[in-house]
Design a protein around this ligand. Structure first.
Ligand code: GLY
Length: 308
């Protein structure tokens, strides 16, 4: 059986000081490993890259450790408002949802937008109506809430500021989001990104994750990209598409595209976050401007590797 597939997933970037505790670190790494092994089985049996990234992102959304789906951070009103995007590198089909609550797996709704609507991005009430039209049952609020997220909101309110997800020392910043990128056995690329956004964010704030070309992008002629970090920085630099342009027009490989992209992010907007990227040849690369990023990968069907 041909094993020439590649897969990467991430669970957010930041200082991640709380994962210096070994027990916490093990929980994160184990979760990433389980998701990658699931993705490996999916790709090895011939599933498409889109199926693989949707499934991996859904598993990460289901895990309350990560800021997406169950365990999403809370906005200024103590509500969950999630964003997600997915893209198919075969034909640049894309789907996204923004500022949605009560959807257990926003990435699956984004896929339905891609496959079952004539649109790319649906938001808020309209996205929920579309979900119901597609037969998705709404999930009660309490499913999404965790004690950790309630505490984070209280801290953010006390400090009178917004916070991202994985704490950045001195700034109280955390950059949580989940994402997956894949290249399937037929050489097709796909990317998915999903997030609860920023702690104590304004109601109605949308980050980069559902913005095609900012936090998510895939094109068979270049690469598949999923970003995590301070969404405004990634939108202002059209980050994911910029990496794709490096691959397509400068013939960069994934490593060079990530390095050049992060240099540009730092220089132009002092951007904070990280990225995973698989190029058209299936080469994997990751990088971050923060101290750490929870992520893992399988390159060309090889060993499963997980890192901070
Ligand atoms: N990157 C996630 C967000 O800013 O919402």
């Amino acid at each position: 059986m041909q094993q020439n597939y590649s897969l990467m997933v991430h669970g957010g970037a930041g200082a991640l000081d709380h994962v210096s505790d070994d027990r916490v670190a093990v929980r994160y790494l184990e979760s990433i490993r389980v998701v990658l092994e699931h993705g490996r089985e999916t790709l090895a049996r011939g599933a498409t890259a889109v199926e693989a990234v949707e499934q991996c992102a859904s598993l990460l959304e289901d895990d309350p450790l990560f800021n997406a789906g169950c365990g999403s951070v809370l906005n200024e009103n103590g509500k969950v408002e999630m964003d997600a995007g997915i893209m198919d590198g075969r034909d640049l089909a894309a789907g996204a949802v923004a500022a949605v609550g009560n959807i257990a797996n926003p990435v699956q709704l984004a896929r339905l937008v891609m496959d079952g609507s004539e649109h790319v991005l649906l938001i808020s009430e309209g996205a929920l109506r579309f979900a119901q039209h597609c037969g998705i049952k709404l999930t009660p609020d309490h499913y999404f809430f965790t004690p950790e997220r309630i505490k984070q909101l209280e801290q953010a309110r006390l400090r009178g500021r917004m916070m991202l997800d994985h704490d950045e020392e001195g700034e109280a910043q955390k950059y949580g989001t989940i994402g997956a990128v894949a290249r399937d056995r037929d050489g097709n690329l796909a990317a998915a990104t999903s997030t609860g956004g920023i702690v104590n964010k304004r109601s109605g704030r949308v980050g980069d994750s559902p913005v095609i070309g900012a936090g998510v992008y895939a094109d068979n002629t270049s690469c598949a990209v999923s970003a995590t970090g301070y969404g405004e920085d990634f939108m202002r630099t059209v980050f994911a598409k910029t990496l794709a342009d490096f691959v397509e027009f400068r013939d960069a490989d994934a490593r060079t595209a990530v390095d050049q992209g992060l240099r540009l992010l730092r220089r132009k907007v002092s951007g904070r976050g990280g990225v995973i990227c698989i190029d058209r040849a299936g080469r994997c690369a990751s990088g971050m401007t923060t101290k750490k990023m929870i992520h893992g990968w399988i390159e060309h069907g090889g060993e499963t590797l997980c890192r901070f």
